[in-house]
Design a protein around this ligand. Structure first.
Ligand SMILES: Cc1cc2nc3c(=O)[nH]c(=O)nc-3n(C[C@H](O)[C@H](O)[C@H](O)COP(=O)(O)O)c2cc1C
Length: 190
């Protein structure tokens, strides 16, 4: 079992990374292999809308980091998408990745079918739920099962490390990790 987490922040090891690592620690504690990809130093160009990716299972253009990230998403049993709230939505880095993923998956049906997905968002004050909705739209459009927690999967913070003081947010992430493991185990048995 492998879970891949993707951090859409422009900051390395910021608040989004902290909440993602909180979830990944829960998963590692029960023996699940994990990996965190941080997009801050990755190049993911916007989709060119050429629709030539059918039958390729990857993007036609291999001039950035998209295909290597997409390969890891295809291999994973579970995918956690994490984004800071930017302008009341997800980061443009995450948006560019999801636009490319969506077109390749639409042109090559079944790539994400019945994988487990979870969205997490951090922010200073407003727009977090809108960002969560945007991330969940990706999962819902690709036959994935979305995992929730005891509150929406959000945590509050502005400066790097602030989210650690959001006790409810951190507890929400720990519970989310447990719930992701629960669903992965159920799916594995079938
Ligand atoms: C360009 C930009 C736009 C932002 N827009 C919002 C916003 O609309 N709502 C909000 O609550 N926080 C907003 N923030 C604050 C970040 O969401 C917050 O600092 C978050 O903790 C950053 O996560 P990170 O440390 O993983 O980068 C914005 C930050 C930046 C850099």
């Amino acid at each position: 079992m492998k879970v891949l987490a993707i951090n859409g922040s422009s900051r390395k090891d910021g608040n989004t990374a902290i909440v993602l690592n909180t979830i990944l620690s829960e998963l590692e504690s029960v023996g699940i292999e994990t990996e965190l990809i941080q997009l801050y130093d990755k190049k993911v160009n916007p989709c060119k809308a050429c629709f030539t990716c059918g039958g390729k299972n990857n993007c036609t253009f291999n001039d950035d980091n998209f295909n290597e990230i997409f390969d890891k998403m295809k291999e994973a049993d579970g995918i956690i998408l994490g984004s800071p709230t930017y302008s009341a939505n997800i980061s443009s880095r995450m948006q560019a990745l999801l636009e490319r993923c969506s077109v390749v998956a639409d042109m090559n049906p079944g790539i994400f079918t019945r994988k487990v997905g979870a969205s997490v968002v951090v922010g200073r004050r407003g727009g977090l739920l809108n960002a969560i909705d945007t991330l969940n739209h990706f999962f819902l459009n690709h036959e994935m099962f979305i995992v929730g927690s005891s509150y929406w999967n959000i945590a509050y913070g502005k400066l790097i490390g602030d989210v650690k003081a959001d006790e409810e947010g951190i507890q929400t992430m720990k519970k989310l990790g447990k719930n992701i493991n629960f669903l992965l185990e159920k799916i594995k048995k079938n």
